[in-house]
Design a protein. Sequence first.
Length: 205
Amino acid sequence: MLIRCILITGSPGVGKTTIAKALSHELRIPWLNVAQVVSSHNLGIYDPESDTYDVDVNVLRSTLIRTIKEDVIVDSVIPDILPKSMVKLVIVLRLDPIEMAKRLIKRGWKLRKILENVEAELLSVITYEAVRYYGTNKVVEVNTTGKDVKTIVREILDILKGRRRDEYKPFSIDWLRRYRDPLDVSRKVLKMLKEPQLRADQEHS
Ligand SMILES: Nc1ncnc2c1ncn2[C@@H]1O[C@H](COP(=O)(O)OP(=O)(O)OP(=O)(O)O)[C@@H](O)[C@H]1O
Ligand SMILES: [Mg+2]
């Protein structure tokens, strides 16, 4: 059987899992969280230096090929995780880097890890990787900033129906137009880390 998945990708904390679950419910297509596959198959090796799990992408890719037996909505922070032939559409969720930083602070992430990921979002790194691997035609970007889950899902359903596809072309979102100096963003994040409200949230999450 020819498998054609929808891949939801994006930087950490942009809402991939939230949106993938909601879309799965809406389309009645099962949802697969790649992070769960990594953990259930023990594919991640913890690197204390970067405080992340290193994964051999080739091993993960073959595991997914073996696991996926029907069309699924795949939720992954690594875009180039499925063979091109198994992917119908790649949706890169984008989020204003400052909003993203707030979510990562609430998770209690370390400053360095927050800054690395915020910088990657600022520079559209996931979009570059997705386009390099899957090609421009299969990739769309959706700005989730300030939108509720329902609105984002509605936009994705429109894209899947082939509507307003031009508005979602890759690289249409460029945070550098809003934040001309990336250092300003880092300074803002540093300042936010000292805000008691965000830290209080972190203690309760
Ligand atoms: N549209 C939204 N509006 C407000 N909050 C949201 C929205 N989408 C997700 N969130 C919140 O942001 C946080 C991160 O969401 P989620 O876990 O779905 O992100 P993720 O991209 O899957 O993260 P990770 O890369 O770590 O898996 C959660 O607390 C979630 O409730
Ligand atoms: Mg997730």
